[in-house]
Design a protein around this ligand. Structure first.
Ligand SMILES: Cc1cc2nc3c(=O)[nH]c(=O)nc-3n(C[C@H](O)[C@H](O)[C@H](O)COP(=O)(O)OP(=O)(O)OC[C@H]3O[C@@H](n4cnc5c(N)ncnc54)[C@H](O)[C@@H]3O)c2cc1C
Length: 323
């Protein structure tokens, strides 16, 4: 297994029996032979997230393809929590690990295809920067903002990722998801009830493909603008660091980074976690920070900003798992 955890234990359900246990993490979560993908028990997740911190998933499932994912979710005990993980660029995995099953989509879900003059579709594991490039090359405009977001198609579909005044909801027409019970569903843009960094994607639903529509544009001009966007972000964000992107949503009429700066927190440290010197709304792991330290720093920031400005910051980063 290419991304198998050092102390994780891979189980090929069709060839290996799991020792039975009484806890959720002990017994094999689906009948033996039910799936073709990789199922790993007690799989460390730090390597899968940008912060490079946090505990293990009780189970990590990497489906072979969409049918395999359907079969897996259909066979899974309905009480077991399910969470999709993209590239972990907006995620704190808590140190106690994640209960239930984490679903990580691999290359089989990474295809991007131009489907019309202004339309394209992409698998959920495709990086959205690649979607932006492919669209630009095909003369499809309107998706250039995605060049600056380091997440996956699945991640932006759930998070309504955006920047420079554009959001995923401006370009996504619909998406295919596998529901927690294994049912296939197509959700339209309207079904997703998008708002700022939020969608109504049901808990435990896994996006497998999304379709986008832009408008005609000039490939050379789009390419040049995307190069400019990338350069600007390199200058203004700690993109080479272990970080989780924007920590807090911008409150109406305010920028979170300004509120954090005004509270005197630029560069503030808590254990191995630090408020970025470059961009105050980014927290960074300076080396060996625990997720508890990173989240603790975020809570401290919220407290100080509230005391200084009266404004309560709302987490944008998803924080998951056991403390
Ligand atoms: C340097 C940096 C800059 C960033 N800049 C921006 C920015 O400008 N604008 C912006 O909006 N964000 C930004 N982000 C945050 C992040 O890239 C986005 O939120 C992105 O949408 C997250 O995608 P991901 O694949 O990393 O998702 P993850 O962080 O892995 O997950 C985020 C959420 O999406 C869910 N999810 C992921 N994949 C799926 C799937 N297949 N099906 C269902 N749910 C899924 C997860 O369960 C979780 O709830 C930045 C992050 C970094 C590190």
């Amino acid at each position: 297994m290419t991304n198998m955890a050092d102390n994780g234990e891979r189980l090929d359900p069709d060839s290996t029996s799991a020792p039975m246990g009484s806890s959720t993490s002990g017994a094999l979560p689906v009948p033996e032979g039910a799936v073709r993908g990789r199922l790993t028990r007690n799989a460390p997740l730090a390597r899968h997230v940008w912060f490079k911190s946090g505990g293990a998933a009780d189970w990590l499932f990497e489906p072979a393809d969409t049918q395999d994912l359907k079969d897996f979710l259909g066979a899974l005990d309905g009480r077991m929590p399910v969470m999709a993980l993209g590239v972990g660029s907006n995620m704190i995995i808590r140190d106690g690990g994640v209960p239930g099953v984490v679903i990580k989509l691999g290359k089989a879900f990474g295809e991007i295809e131009v489907t019309g003059k202004t339309t394209l579709k992409a698998g959920a594991s495709a990086p959205v920067s690649m979607v932006a490039r492919r669209a630009g090359k095909a003369g499809i405009d309107g998706l250039r903002f995605l060049i600056g977001i380091p997440g996956s198609v699945g991640g932006v579909t759930r998070m309504n990722g955006g920047c420079y005044g554009r959001e995923t909801c401006d370009v996504l027409t619909d998406c295919d998801v596998i529901m927690p019970g294994g049912e296939w569903a197509t959700l339209t843009n309207a079904d997703l009830e998008y708002s700022y960094r939020h969608s109504a994607l049901p808990e435990g639903a896994v996006v497998v493909e999304a379709r986008f529509e832009g408008f005609p544009g000039d490939p050379e001009e789009i390419k040049a603008d995307m190069a400019r966007i990338s350069a600007t972000r390199k200058e203004s964000q700690p993109i080479g660091s272990m970080t989780g992107g924007s920590t807090f949503k911008n409150p109406a009429g305010h920028s979170s980074w300004e509120l954090i700066d005004a509270a005197g927190l630029r560069g503030h440290r808590h254990g191995g976690a630090q408020v970025s010197e470059k961009h105050c709304n980014f927290l960074i792991n300076t080396g060996n920070a625990t997720s508890t330290e990173i989240e603790g720093l975020g809570e401290l920031v919220r407290e100080k900003v509230k005391a200084n400005s009266g404004i309560e910051l709302e987490w944008e980063i998803k924080r998951v798992g056991r403390v």
